[in-house]
Design a protein around this ligand. Structure first.
Ligand SMILES: Nc1ncnc2c1ncn2[C@@H]1O[C@H](COP(=O)(O)OP(=O)(O)OP(=O)(O)O)[C@@H](O)[C@H]1O
Ligand SMILES: [Mg+2]
Length: 280
């Protein structure tokens, strides 16, 4: 197994000195080349978990192993893509993608070739000379993906990378990401609030419960790729996950609102396209 979390617990000390347990006893094994999604209510610890794999956070107890080695910090084998593209506005698209390659001491020529290859992979070769402000949100995210891919990490960590995009752009990017994943064989750990997105893209979906975050359920998504958005089995799985997520959200809302909140099933918007949990 390429990524292994063993008995991971994470506690944060809040500004008022109280301790907040974010993750409890998380055990998870992710295979090389697997596409796995993490779903769960806001605040359940998804980003914390991803950041621990990235080496940006560390468990309070337990271990995070990548290729059998305990994670001690960030490494070349792992790259995070965030919701915000984080492009440098003063650099062209090409220069943005070249940046990390030049830091790795590639010659300008080599960096340019690789960056162009990366941009073509996300169908943005024609926009190499453009600047970030000239691009749509979806295009910026594609540049961010190209920038990550050219560094050739074994593991791509994606924290709600498409959350700010409209549904149509999101669907285009799903197709592109799926193609890239199949072509490159990267391991992808993908956080989303969008159940449909998780079902369309992943081989496995981990539903985290709250609080503290622990694994509530793991779903295998059996359908082959490319997936058919009209597949009845996938729609059924979406509904199943939605019910489990609703239970978790009811717990969060009850905790936050106390007696004022009277949760009824169906109280929450039931369209699985809706970014469930992102608005708490
Ligand atoms: N550095 C930190 N110090 C203190 N508390 C933190 C820190 N980082 C995260 N937390 C808290 O840990 C909890 C989990 O945060 P995390 O960002 O992992 O949740 P999440 O599941 O990614 O949520 P969302 O879906 O809203 O992105 C939250 O209550 C958050 O406030
Ligand atoms: Mg998060």
């Amino acid at each position: 197994m390429q990524v292994v979390l063993q008995g991971v617990n994470k506690l944060f000390t809040k500004s008022n000195n109280q301790t907040l347990q974010v993750l409890r006893d998380v055990d998870l094994e992710i295979g090389a080349g697997e596409f796995i999604s993490l779903l769960g209510p806001s605040g359940c610890g998804k980003s914390t978990l991803l950041n621990m794999v990235a080496g940006l956070e560390f468990p309070s107890n337990g271990k995070v192993l990548v290729n059998g080695k305990q994670v001690k910090g960030p490494g070349r084998d792992r790259i995070v893509v965030f919701q915000e593209s984080g492009l440098f506005p003063w650099m062209s698209v090409l220069e943005n993608v070249m940046y990390g390659l030049l830091l790795r001491k590639l010659s300008k020529k080599e960096a340019e070739e690789k960056a162009m290859e990366g941009l073509r992979m996300v169908h943005l070769g024609r926009f190499a000379k453009s600047y970030p402000h000239e691009l749509s949100g979806g295009m910026k995210q594609r540049v961010a993906i190209a920038r990550a891919l050219v560094l050739d990490p074994e593991i791509l960590l994606m924290d709600e990378p498409f959350a700010a995009l409209d549904e149509q752009t999101r669907m285009v990017l799903h197709t592109e990401l799926q193609e890239i994943w199949q072509r490159t064989g990267k391991t992808i750990i993908f956080i989303t609030h969008n159940i449909r997105e998780a079902v369309m893209l992943s081989q496995r979906i981990v539903l985290l419960g709250t609080r503290p975050g622990c694994i509530k359920k793991v779903y295998q998504v059996q359908a082959s790729f490319p997936r058919d958005p009209g597949d009845a089995l996938l729609a059924h799985l979406e509904q199943k996950i939605l019910h489990s997520l609703e239970e978790e959200m009811a717990k969060v809302l009850k905790e936050e609102m106390g007696d004022e909140y009277n949760f009824k099933k169906g109280h929450i918007h039931r369209d699985p396209l809706y970014n469930l949990g992102s608005d708490i």
